[in-house]
Design a binder for this molecule. Structure first.
Ligand code: ARG
Ligand code: ZN
Length: 896
């Protein structure tokens, strides 16, 4: 049964304070919960209904005495509470079984250590409570446990007392000085060690930062600690938001459903986003750690100090915090070219994953109207599209003196905290504060309409057509927008779309932009489209310009600018906007792909890339000034999934065959250039994870793959032998993994040997073994060999379905990141998918529901895939006792 946003009602009771005492035991943990409550005077008197899940209830006392209660399903109902509005005490004693908790929600045990995950609705698995984010309470927590097995006892806030108890047990008492919703509660107990760092913030306050890991992992915590220190400094410098706690802790666990969790003062992280050293982690891992550490830290203000009124408002904290972590990573990258690379990477995720979500059965607005299971709504739409919505607000508060809108946006944030600090609020409250702080700007002027980005799902299509008038020396740009229907929303109202643009001459010079009727001219400006159609005329142009539209990806839309290949070539060679320069190359490759797919040529031999495009790409690769990271992005073909998204009917095998052919064409045509790049972009000396060095390694990685592909095609073993040597001699994981991956991707016979060596070298490094599984699950399919390999790997002693990282590394890589291996004509991939969804659902519904989404796009497949996919989804849906999580995903898929 679905829950609706419109049905929101304030809670009938407030909980002022909570005093929790835990007697931690893996199979039977006892939880004493003493709350102080009072009736909400604004709500009609009604019984108290407390959420609970898989709890054993032993005792309920009101003001110290017995009371009557009943159960409504799993809800604990108290009908005979004191009628007055005075506060009263409620004491509840329950037990739970953390070791049996394979869902990893609530209190669970991972490798002998206790952890919690409460967002969104896990606290109810710890004790009976008003498990909703608008109930904010003060927490005191006492942890008691065996001292040898659980020497470290952590919870939110400040440690106020600790000591020994009888029978080898000990205790620790924590008080959180800030009120919080229960989804931010956390505890950790186990054998852990910490890297510690004392810092003094700008205001002169001292803080203790700690990163807790298992003994033996301490040598992998330096980067996380550096990222945390940088995050603290950045939030204070950019937004004036200081650390508001004496102590800030990060704890890593290898069993975690998501990336990390922002519990107040006690962030809990997936090890994947904490542990790194040059030998075991890639540049991508280093980058992800910086961004996730930043993300969770920034939640301390955007999420914790101001939280969500209800879960429909999830993007209030997630979209905003993703925006903040993206800005942080860009600022850390420093130089403009590295900022652009980060932006391109972010947009690539948005367009490949979020646009697909917005076009499929799970499409939902950034602020959804209903859900069955909230865990299914921790999506790229809430996070990444939500971040784009915040980014557009920043763009729309720009003024002539603050052209990026940063100052205006910071002002808006200030007002947001002045108004709402300590409250649980809505997306409307946020947008209102940003607009109110910036009167007279486009955002303030169009706020009501702008908020359609929150309420309407689907990716808008922006059409742009230019008309040059030689006699008038003017250029008229016509912009129009439409948005396709999405589930439950058949027609859409126009959005407010900021379109940042520049004009280039045919030979690549920047042209000044002067709107008709205006005196001033600039080199770049942002047009704001609010109507379905609008026309903008620019004057004083001597020849027909090439428009560079939607610079920096100024709005999350699909742009159809009708540009010719010549115009795109001009942008690829000259655009000063790095994003659009990259985009021009992608568009040219995409056009080549779509054209070839539409013909009936033999795709395995087609030369889809024109000689002119190959030459233009060579110019980029050999360019004396462009960064290596930019080159790598530009010379990487659009993914199979992204190519498929451009088609109304998808044959995954044809897409795969074509992309492989295009890649081989690029590999052989530029063979000498790839060899040059491999040699030219070495990074001698000690490993550095900075943007420039990572970019060089990334380009060398691409070069290795291209060279191996060409070599295998030509029957040459010398080059693969050289790459194998690079694999063996590598002094860091990035280089080693790139070399390994080049051998695997090209299918050279040395790949098997290298995979064996790699496993032997890293058998004790769980995160590296995840990479080993993932590489094999996503390896190019050769005569259907991937699925049997995946099935065999599931029998490997290192495989464990219960560990989400491991399950994701093998199963998700195969089902979501390897379309040609997955979409088999014999339907065996789909059979495997349904088996794994069902097996996982019995263990961990959240992870199972994520895997279920691998079939989101089934209805666009050609036969025989389409029918076979439907049968597989129906097979899952037919299971009687499915979790809500999986049930919601498969029923939406079938209704599509
Ligand atoms: N708030 C966390 C973050 O984005 C995500 C936690 C989601 N957890 C869940 N079980 N759905 O940082
Ligand atoms: Zn978050």
């Amino acid at each position: 049964t679905a829950i609706h946003r419109e049905a929101y009602a304030a809670p009938a009771f407030w909980i002022d304070s909570v005093d929790l005492t835990f007697d931690l035991d893996p199979t039977k943990t006892r939880v004493l919960n003493k709350m102080r409550l009072r009736r909400n005077p604004d709500v009609a008197a009604q019984p108290l209904r407390l959420d609970g899940e898989e709890l054993n209830l032993a005792r309920v006392l009101v003001n110290g005495g017995g009371t009557s209660f009943k159960m409504d399903g799993e809800v604990l109902v108290l009908e005979n509470l004191p009628e007055s509005h005075d506060a009263f005490d409620l004491e509840i004693f329950t037990t739970c079984n953390p070791e049996k908790n394979t869902q990893l929600m609530g209190l669970y045990v991972s490798q002998g250590t206790f952890f919690t995950q409460c967002e969104a609705e896990g606290f109810r698995r710890i004790t009976y409570f008003l498990d909703r984010p608008d109930v904010m309470a003060s927490y005191t927590v006492t942890l008691r446990a065996d001292k040898t097995k659980y020497p470290v006892l952590l919870s939110n806030g400040n440690l106020v007392e600790q000591g020994d108890l009888e029978d080898g047990r000990h205790f620790a008492k924590w008080v959180d000085p800030h009120k919080k919703p229960c989804y931010l509660f956390a505890l950790v107990a186990g054998q852990l060690v910490a890297r510690e760092q004392r810092i003094t913030s700008r205001s002169g306050t001292e803080h203790l930062l700690q990163v807790f890991v298992r003994p033996g992992d301490l040598d992998k915590t330096e980067h996380a600690m550096n990222s945390l220190m940088a995050s603290v400094a950045w939030d204070e410098a950019r937004f004036g938001l200081p650390l508001d706690l004496e102590r800030f802790m990060i704890v890593a666990t290898s069993d975690f459903n998501m990336g990390a969790m922002e519990n107040k003062g006690l962030n809990i992280f997936n090890t994947k986003f904490v542990l790194a050293n040059p030998a075991t982690a890639t540049d991508t891992d280093f980058g992800n750690i910086e961004s996730v550490v930043g993300h969770e830290y920034f939640h301390n203000w955007t999420g914790n100090r101001i939280t969500c009124r209800d879960w429909f408002q999830l993007s209030l904290k997630e979209g905003l915090t993703v925006f903040r972590d993206q800005e942080f990573s860009q600022d850390m990258a420093g130089i403009d070219s590295a900022r652009a690379v980060k932006r391109i990477e972010d947009v690539r995720v948005l367009r490949t994953v979020q646009f697909a979500e917005d076009a499929g059965p799970m499409a939902h607005p950034v602020r959804p109207d209903s859900y069955v299971e909230i865990n299914n709504f921790y999506t790229v739409t809430i996070y990444e599209k939500g971040s784009e919505v915040v980014r557009m607000m920043q763009t729309l508060v720009a003024t002539p003196t603050d052209s990026l809108g940063r100052a205006g946006f910071a002002k808006g944030m200030k007002l947001y905290f002045e108004r709402h600090d300590g409250q649980a609020v809505t997306c409307d409250d946020f947008a209102q504060a940003i607009a109110d702080a910036n009167p007279g700007t486009a955002l303030a002027e169009h706020l009501g309409q702008f908020k359609r980005w929150y309420s309407q799902a689907g990716t808008p299509r922006l059409e742009a057509r230019g008309l040059y008038n030689a006699a008038e020396r003017s250029y008229t740009l016509s912009l129009s927008q439409t948005c396709p229907a999405t589930p439950g929303q058949s027609s859409k109202e126009p959005f407010v779309i900021p379109v940042t643009l520049g004009l280039l001459s045919r030979d690549g010079h920047v042209l000044p932009l002067q709107l008709a009727g205006s005196e001033d001219s600039t080199l770049q400006r942002t047009l704001v489209l609010t109507e379905n159609v609008a026309h903008f005329t620019f004057v004083n142009l001597d020849s027909e310009p090439v428009p560079s539209l939607l610079r920096g990806f100024s709005a999350p839309v699909l742009l159809d600018d009708g540009l010719s290949a010549d115009a795109l070539m001009c942008l690829l060679a000259h655009d000063s906007d790095a994003f659009n320069r990259w985009e021009a190359g992608q568009r040219l490759m995409l056009q080549s792909a779509v054209q070839a797919l539409g013909s009936d040529a033999d795709l395995s031999n087609v030369q889809a890339l024109s000689p002119a495009l190959i030459e233009a790409l060579r110019q980029v690769l050999r360019h004396p000034e462009l960064d290596a990271a930019f080159k790598e992005l530009t010379l990487t073909l659009p993914s199979e999934n992204y190519i498929a998204d451009q088609l109304s009917l998808v044959d995954p095998q044809r897409v795969h065959t074509l992309r492989e052919a295009m890649r081989l064409q690029l590999a052989t045509a530029l063979q000498a250039d790839w060899a040059w790049a491999l040699d030219h972009y070495r990074t001698p000396g000690a490993y550095q994870s900075d943007a420039t060095s990572s970019g060089r390694r990334a380009l060398r990685g691409l070069a290795m793959t291209m060279l191996c592909l060409a070599a295998v095609q030509q029957g040459d073993d010398v080059l693969p032998g050289k790459v194998y040597q690079l694999f063996k001699d590598a002094s860091n994981m990035t280089e080693r993994f790139n070399a390994l991956s080049a051998l695997v991707v090209s299918g050279h016979t040395l790949a098997q040997d290298a995979l064996g060596t790699f496993h032997k070298l890293f058998k004790d490094e769980a995160l590296v073994i995840d990479k080993w599984f993932a590489l094999q699950g996503s390896a190019p399919d050769r005569a259907g060999d991937v699925l049997p390999r995946v099935r065999q790997l599931m029998q490997h002693p290192d495989f464990n379905l219960r560990n989400p990282n491991r399950a994701r590394s093998l199963i998700f890589s195969y089902c979501s990141a390897n379309p040609a291996a997955f979409h088999r004509a014999d339907a065996a991939g789909y059979v495997f998918w349904s088996e794994q969804v069902l097996a996982l659902d019995a263990i961990n519904p959240q992870v199972a529901a994520r895997l279920a989404r691998a079939m989101d796009r089934w209805s666009r497949l050609t036969e025989p895939y389409r029918s076979a996919a439907k049968v597989a989804i129906e097979r899952v849906a037919a299971k009687a006792d499915l979790s809500n999580d999986v049930r919601e995903v498969v029923s939406r898929a079938l209704n599509n």
